[in-house]
Design a protein around this ligand. Structure first.
Ligand SMILES: [Zn+2]
Length: 449
């Protein structure tokens, strides 16, 4: 692979000593293989290097989405007003809706999810792969993670279902271990579990043994907390079960009601909270206390079919502040305990996003971080590179095979066929199957007589 140079851009670099962003103007980035090998004003450029003129552009690290379930992408716009109660009953991995998908549909759905992110500058995912009702469906989800071209911590859900048992999941991951390391350097293997709180000592021990044996690189789980009847997988529970002995990063998703004790456990064990701003607003999770633990937090998207799938929107929604820049870059890297992603510096992975700074919504910028976090949109992203390979070039996705137009036609067919099969059901009788619904405030735009 020939060396590549982003020449003469404004680089949002990382200062290791100050642990802060360093803005470098008129600076070039040299990439050799999958890694940044030099940055500076007058770097030595190999004669055969491919030079990308970045004059007037802003170069940032690729963005990191620490929570997604991409198999659902084919549902896009199916249920824009769904509640969390309806979601679990009607569109989740435990619902009848999964019957609408073939394994091939899951592949297409996941692939489009990765493409949506790459187009928007997301170069790294922590995928909570809840597509686990059938082993072929699990497998095609993994294939999409590989073929999508992003860097993925692919965390296979461990739910011990009737058709796919924990044993099946571990056996399958075992077959991937070598394949992944040899042939798919961008995909790391992990585990997703939502039964952390209810697992027996024996089940927990078995999971820990397997995480060690299979050399898994992340664990992720839903932590809703507060009054929610499900998703009580808190940092304190993980600590009580001794998961800190594993020396594996754990990513807790949401935590909108995270308590002081749980915030302390998160910090103590260097675990991370993935805050998903749009999802938590959409479903009404509550976001009372997650802001208090931003030193151990990053941002995620969650269900990209019910709202936007780009991480810039999440950054903009969360506190509406330029400080969110680190939550979608450096902090995402820390979530998976990696110091070489989410930053632009020598020896970091070449995961780079290039913004056109000259669009109607960006022109005139003097603060490049504010320009990116508060003014840019997906249309301003000209190039996206993952591990030294362009995945978006001159505003167009660079697919592994074929053209976007061919893929999009195929995906649209899958999405429409699936959505025609999945009925939009009425609100379930019981909330999450366990309790009565209370009275809720209703609002209407219809004028009252
Ligand atoms: Zn989720």
């Amino acid at each position: 692979m020939a060396a590549k140079v982003f020449h003469n851009g404004t680089v949002l670099s990382w200062n290791e000593d100050g642990q802060s962003i360093e803005v470098l103007h008129e600076t070039s980035i040299l990439i050799k293989g999958d890694t940044i090998s030099a940055t500076g004003k007058n770097i030595e450029v190999p004669s055969d290097a491919e030079v990308i003129d970045s004059t007037g552009k802003i170069l940032t690290p690729g963005f990191i989405n620490t929570h997604s379930h991409l198999w659902q992408t084919a549902f896009r716009t199916l249920a824009p007003n769904t509640t969390l109660a309806s979601y679990l009953k009607s569109y989740s991995q435990s619902s009848q809706a999964v019957k609408a998908f073939s394994a091939e549909d899951i592949y297409m759905s996941c692939l489009e999810g990765y493409y949506e992110g790459l187009n928007a500058g997301v170069t790294t995912y922590v995928e909570h792969a809840s597509n686990n009702w059938d082993l072929d469906v699990v497998k095609r989800g993994f294939d999409a993670a590989v073929d999508g071209g992003a860097r993925v911590w692919w965390c296979c859900a461990l739910d011990d279902r009737e058709d796919v048992t924990a044993k099946d999941v571990f056996e399958y991951i075992n077959t991937l271990g070598k394949r992944s390391k040899d042939n798919h350097p961008l995909v790391s293997l992990g585990l997703a579990t939502d039964a952390m709180h209810s697992a027996s000592d024996e089940q927990t021990q078995h999971m820990k043994d397997k995480i060690r044996e299979l050399d898994l690189e992340a664990v992720t789980t839903h932590d809703l907390g507060g009054p929610w009847p499900i998703g009580h997988n808190t940092p304190s529970i993980a600590a009580n079960k001794g998961l800190q002995d594993l020396d594996v990063p754990i990513i807790f998703s949401h935590g909108g009601l995270i308590t002081k004790e749980n915030r302390a456990a998160l910090r103590k064990h260097d675990w991370n909270l993935s805050i998903t701003p749009e999802s938590e607003m959409h479903y009404g999770h509550g976001q009372q206390t997650s802001r208090l633990v931003q030193d151990h937090a990053s941002l995620g998207v969650d269900t990209n079919w019910t709202f936007s799938g780009d991480i810039l929107t999440q950054a903009r929604l969360w506190l509406q502040s330029v400080r969110n820049y680190l939550l979608v870059t450096r902090q995402g890297g820390r979530a998976v305990r990696r110091d070489d992603i989410g930053v632009l510096k020598v020896a970091a992975k070449a995961d780079i996003v290039c913004f056109n700074g000259d669009s109607p919504n960006m022109v005139g910028w003097t603060d490049p971080i504010a320009a990116v976090v508060l003014h840019a949109n997906v249309g301003d992203i000209e190039h996206v590179m993952v591990g030294g390979v362009f995945r978006k070039r001159n505003g167009k996705l660079a697919l592994k095979e074929g053209e976007w137009s061919a893929f999009s036609k195929k995906f649209a067919e899958v999405a429409r066929r699936i959505q025609a099969k999945v009925k939009v059901p009425p609100q379930p009788e019981k909330f999450m199957g366990v309790t009565e619904f209370g009275d809720v405030e209703t609002m209407t735009t219809r004028r009252q007589a």
